[in-house]
Design a protein around this ligand. Structure first.
Ligand SMILES: [Zn+2]
Length: 152
């Protein structure tokens, strides 16, 4: 049970085969007295180590450990000098402003259109200023102050 291997060399043919299967895969040599016994032995072997939890008794090797392949695209873009707009809720505010501006384009009575246009314009500008001038500058302080060329 302490042997970490999932495979074994068959005593008759000498080829590598799954250790907890009743018969050798290559020549059918009987490795275990019964399939049930082989399965029980596999379960005891698997319970002996938490890293064996994902193993199958039909495999020759333990499955590879899960890779952590998450990528921080923001940090990568920053290293490459690529400008990415910051994650932000301001685009939603910009859209609300655009909604009021669009409503102002409908031929209502002139005072109503003026009020809608002013409300929409203010909300729209608030969103644009917050996104482009506040959050973006906070995210790229040196880049925005030096305008363009990345300093190395
Ligand atoms: Zn064999």
């Amino acid at each position: 049970m302490s042997n970490p291997s999932l495979s074994v060399n068959c005593p008759r043919c000498g080829l590598l085969t799954a250790r907890f299967i009743e018969y050798c895969r290559n020549d059918g040599y009987k490795l275990w007295p019964s399939s049930e016994l082989a399965s029980e032995a596999f379960e005891v072997w698997r319970a002996a180590d938490p890293s064996r939890a994902e193993a199958s008794r039909f495999d020759l090797e333990l499955p590879p450990a899960a890779l952590d392949d998450t990528i921080d695209y923001a940090a990568r873009a920053h290293a490459l000098g690529i400008h990415i707009f910051p994650n932000s809720n301001y685009p939603f505010i910009i859209c609300v402003g655009a909604l009021f501006l669009a409503l102002a384009a409908i031929p209502f009575a002139t005072p109503a259109r003026l009020v809608l246009g002013v409300i929409g314009g203010l909300i729209f500008l608030y969103g644009v200023v917050g996104w482009v001038l506040v959050e973006d500058v906070r995210m790229y302080p040196s880049e925005s102050s030096s305008h363009g060329e990345v300093q190395h």
